[in-house]
Design a protein around this ligand. Sequence first.
Ligand code: NAD
Ligand code: DAU
Length: 352
Amino acid sequence: MAEYTHTLLITGGAGFIGSHVVRRMVNLYPQYRIVNLDALTYAGNLENLRDLESAPNYSFVKADITDAAAMEELFAREKFDGVIHLAAESHVDRSISNPIEFVMTNVVGTVVLLNAFKAHGNTKTGRFYHVSTDEVYGTLGDEGKFTESTPYDPNSPYSASKASSDHFVRAYHETFKVPVVISNCSNNYGSHQFPEKLIPLMIRNIQQCKPLPVYGKGDNIRDWLWVEDHASAIDAIYHGGRLGETYNIGGNNEWKNLDLVHKLCEIMDRKLGRKPGESAEQITFVTDRAGHDFRYAIDASKLENELGWSPSVAFDQGFEKTIDWYLENQVWLENVTSGNYQEYYAAMYANR
Ligand code: NAD
Ligand code: DAU
């Protein structure tokens, strides 16, 4: 049997970002034994990780992070050196329809994991890494960027639940000396993202000649980061981030939603052999998201200066690759949008 130097638990590894983090860690660190724990909710999909099934240093556990007895038993058995915690309810619109689920998974689930790591994890040389969002800082006007010292000011049930879980992680560091680190990242784009989120939802609707539902006037601004650059930042912070610290992660790549959708339409026209402007005719302005944050922008200089991280991919290149991935993976797209997706879509968009 191989001798492993480190046992790492990654939660939420069957989701969008988690699958990229798991793949990176399994491939780059063959000396680590990596356990991916995921409840396989609507957002979790083992198809995202088929290529890793035969990797000797990888295993999967289907479990719910809110199940304290199961987590206690798993952590007592595995004695994890470290945890990278990504499991969460992640979609803002769903948090507006059903806030309680977000409290359960994002807040209670995180505290359950902290308790299990505190009791059984390697708190001497290991660490508990909480992957969080820039949405905890609230919203910006036209100017300025979020820094690590921006006060928390969450506006949606999703961001309130992530802010709360960040606070619990910090509190476990202060109160119980659990070694922790937190990162807060802006919007990710890339392969394997569930098509409830803006970019894959629009790609699918363009292909199917359905309306492209832009919330409000499409003036809201997001900072977009290639998901693999988020994964490389997580790797850098897991290995080199200072304990008790927070690191902001961003792409320095702000887009107004409507401009982004227009850019996507132009590329899709070219790829689908449509005439210029054809896909953009599908743009439909719909009722705005309640409490819709206007703008997010990240100052990632702490991460860049301390750990030498920077995004590796220019947006044009990453965006084109992303679109190609969805066009080439129609079976994946079909599979994840059959079943419950139809009900979700009707409830969210039918009378908007
Ligand atoms: P996702 O919704 O694609 O994946 C979440 C994963 O967590 C899924 O595999 C799901 O099955 C799993 N999960 C949900 N509830 C669970 C539970 N109770 N027990 C175990 N597993 C459970 O989310 P994502 O977009 O990949 O986001 C991952 C993390 O990164 C989240 O914590 C999110 O807040 C954070 N984040 C996301 C973004 C983004 O742009 N998507 C940006 C910054 C931070
Ligand atoms: O900033 C990081 C966050 O980015 C993460 O913490 C979240 O998990 C992730 O979902 C994402 O949140 P957003 O709400 O910004 O992402 P979403 O893709 O849902 O929406 C992006 C923007 O597009 C937002 O301003 C709302 C708008 N939008 C979204 C959808 C789904 C539309 O105009 N129409 C849509 O149909």
